[in-house]
Design a protein around this ligand. Sequence first.
Ligand code: ZN
Length: 433
Amino acid sequence: MFRERLITKLWVTVALGAVLTTSCVPDTQPDAGSLDAVYANPSEHLELLSLGRDQTLGLLLDRVLSANDQAALLVAFREYQSPRRMPAGTELVFHYLRDDQWLRSLDVVVNADETVRLTRNDLGWHSELVRTPIYVDTLLASGKIETVLWSAVVNNEHLGGVPFEDRNSLIDELDQVFQWQVDFSRQIRVGDTYRFAFEREVRPDGSMRSGRLLSAELVNSGTPYHAIWFDSNKDGEGSYFDLEGNSVRRAFLLKPLAYRRISSRYSNSRFHPILNTWRAHRGVDYAADAGAEIMATSDGVVTHRAWKGSFGNTVEIQHPNGFVTRYAHLSSFRSGVQLGSRVKQSEIIGYVGMTGQATGNHLHYEMMKRNGEHMDPLAVDLPAGDPVPSDDQVRWDEDLITRVDLLESIPGAGPVIGLGSLQSQDDKQGGAQ
Ligand SMILES: [Zn+2]
């Protein structure tokens, strides 16, 4: 039974309040056996250095290698990376044999996942690429919004073991999964709750190599939204569906900026005091840092890409379903996006600025019908994306059970979904309107 296998896989469980971390270390660890201790002077000692500003690898090698030796080492190193492309801060581990003068090997950490190991041999120097080992675990977390979503996740004390940057990546993941259902910058309310199961690959230092939300729940103003990952071909190209197997995708993204790029100045009205509701000026203003990437909210054709009076640099896109979107005050356009270009949903079209009549860096976003009538983007809900294919129904049912089980196992805020209640989900959502 699929369900039992999963539970076994996630057996090693560390409970941290509302967050559980389950580990599954690949069972490839050899049985080392045991030997009686042998005492000897250590044959090797290590020196850890990091490359300073304006320092080169050659400069650090000058102390320990002759010019010929150095040249041979650099030849071996170039098999994997150019010594000129080593940024300040690059970590190096010098392994010395016997005394400080005799370098036996050198490790150069070229990125978080790869180290070039240089070893002396009879012919000179040999290099190999060593990959940082990883393990896979599943983070289970829940929380309640006290102010904004960002601080609820980043300051979630139960995510203390997750590096700050990775907690930010988690927010990006949630934003991407729910970008068609909830505008995190405009719609999140105090008291909203979330919970999610996030599978990740982790390095020995605790940082994340990659990760994916397996299942997530957001209760926004009393309405529950769910996103369940389903990869029917097991090729990594899956997508998210709600509990009924409908795609979470919609014809329009609710907002043209990633949530984390939007500054909270907008939501407390200190920014752009005259034009701060869409009714007042028929658009939405998102304060953001200059240069933040702007996405097309739906597939379409670029019908304007130029200066437009008080709007400054402006892009307009005509969409097949009769809608037009407008993006104004851009600092610059994306070079590949021209008048007449076809763009895809989520494609970058330009960058936030304050050209035209603008008192600060922000994106002015409008949505219109072809007849010019303005719409609040939040009021447009056009489904897109196919539901789970009927051939995949059996596998979907299995995955749905395990992924909903993961959510249900998370203590804390939020309603308990319960597979038994799946049938009545429609009624519940209807009742919350
Ligand atoms: Zn505006």
